[in-house]
Design a binder for this molecule. Structure first.
Ligand code: HEM
Length: 131
C-alpha cells in the first residue's frame, strides 16, 4: 500500500472520509441537517487544510476553532461525536494508505480533535459537553 504523499491522495482521503461521515448514524446528521454543509465549498477547503497540516502548503484560510465553537452553540458537540469522527478518519486513512505520512495524518487528526474538544468543552458551554 502506498503512503499519503500528494494533493490527489488528500482528495481521495477527504472525499472518502466525508462520504462515510455523511452516512454515519451518530454524526452524519450534524453535517447534513444541522450545519447543512455545502460540500462543493467544504471539500476543497479540507483539501487545503490537510495539505497545510501534512505538507506545509499555504493555501488554507479559515478558523476551525471558531467554526466548531459556533457549531457547538447550535448543537452540542460531545466527546462521543469526536471519538466517532476520529475512528472514521483513522479507518479511512488505513483503507487507502500506509507509511510515515499516513501515520502523521492520524496523529495530527487526533491531536487537533482532542484540542478542539478540550477548547469547546472548557470555553464553550461546559454543562452541555458531558458524554
Ligand atoms: C464531531 C466532530 C466534528 C464535527 C461535527 C464537525 C463539523 C464541521 C462543520 C459542520 C463544519 C462547517 C462546514 C461548512 O459549512 O463549511 C466544519 C468545518 C471544518 N472542520 Fe470540522 N467537525 C468536526 C471535527 C473536526 C476535526 C477533528 C477537524 C480537524 C482535525 C475538523 C476540521 C475542520 C476544518 C478545517 C473546517 C473548516 C473551518 C473553516 O472554514 O474555517 N473538524 N466542521
Amino acid at each position: 500500500m502506498k503512503d499519503l504523499r500528494s494533493r490527489e491522495d488528500i482528495e481521495l482521503l477527504v472525499d472518502s472520509f466525508y462520504q462515510k461521515v455523511q452516512r454515519d448514524e451518530l454524526i452524519g446528521y450534524i453535517f447534513t441537517d444541522v450545519a447543512k454543509v455545502n460540500w462543493d465549498h467544504h471539500l476543497p477547503k479540507m483539501y487545503d487544510f490537510w495539505e497545510a497540516i501534512l505538507f506545509g502548503q499555504k493555501g488554507f484560510k479559515g478558523n476551525p476553532i471558531e467554526v466548531h465553537f459556533k457549531l457547538n452553540q447550535k448543537h452540542p458537540l460531545l466527546d462521543s461525536h469526536f471519538e466517532r469522527w476520529k475512528s472514521i478518519f483513522y479507518a479511512t486513512v488505513d483503507e487507502y494508505f500506509s507509511g510515515e505520512y499516513a501515520q502523521l495524518a492520524k496523529e495530527k487528526a487526533q491531536s487537533i480533535a482532542d484540542l478542539m474538544f478540550f477548547k469547546i468543552s472548557t470555553l464553550g458551554r461546559p454543562t452541555q459537553n458531558k458524554k
